[in-house]
Design a binder for this molecule. Sequence first.
Ligand code: ADP
Ligand code: MG
Length: 239
Amino acid sequence: RKENNNIFVDDLKDGEKRTIPNPVCTFEEAFAHYPGIMENIVRVGFKKPTPIQSQAWPIVLKGTDLIGIAQTGTGKTLSYLLPGFIHMDQQPVKRDKRDGPGMLVLTPTRELALQIETECNKYSYKGFKSICIYGGGDRKAQIKVVTSGVDIVIATPGRLNDLQMNELINLRSITYLVLDEADRMLDMGFEPQIMKIILDIRPDRQTLMTSATWPTGVRRLAKSYLKDPMMVYVGTLDL
Ligand code: ADP
Ligand code: MG
C-alpha cells in the first residue's frame, strides 16, 4: 500500500509487484500530449486535479484496471471519462461507429446517466458520439441513434440489457467498460443485468469501477469483472 496525502493505493495483483505510478499534481502532467483534452480543461477553468483524479489518471492511462473509491462530488466522472477518450482514440483496431460503441458507462439512475452525458459533451473529444440509454426514455429514439452509429454509451443496466436481449445493440465492440457507482447499482438490484451485459463484452477490455463505499457486494463485483486492478481510495476507509 502506498500513501500520498490521504490518497491510498492498493495493488490487487497477486504475486509480481507492480510499480504504482505517482499521482499527477497538474492537468499537464496527465494530458500534455493530448492538446484537445487540455483545451477543454482550460476552457472550463478547473485549477487542479481532485485527489481521485490525480491518482487515477496515471494508472488508467497505463491501461490498468481501476477501482476508485471516493465520496460523491469528488470528480470521479472525469477520472474515467478523460482517459476513456484517449483509449478510444488509440485503439489499435479501427472500429466503425456503426459496428457498435467502444466505451460503455453503466450507472444506476437516469439522472446520473444524463449528468455523465452532459460531462461527456462538455469535454467532447475527436467528435466521439455519445448516447444516453435509460428506462423511461424513448426506446425507439434510442434504438434509432444506436443504429445510426455511436461511440460512447452511458446506460442504466435495465434498459441496456433489454436492447441487448433484443439484439438491438452490439456490445462486442466495447473495449473500455466503466461500472459507475457500483454500490448503488447493487443496492438497486442490478447485478443480474450487469452480469448479462458483461457476458457480451470482450474479456480483453479495460474495466474501471467507482463506488462511494466498499462493501462485500462491490468486492465480489470487482473480483468477477476486473483484472488485476489497482485500487485508489481517498480519505479514510476501514479495511
Ligand atoms: P462524483 O462522480 O465523484 O460524485 P463528479 O464527477 O460528478 O463527482 O464531480 C462533481 C463536480 O466537481 C462536478 O460539477 C465536476 O464538474 C466538478 N469537478 C470535477 N473535476 C474537478 C476539478 N479538477 N476541479 C474542480 N471541479 C471539478
Ligand atoms: Mg459519480
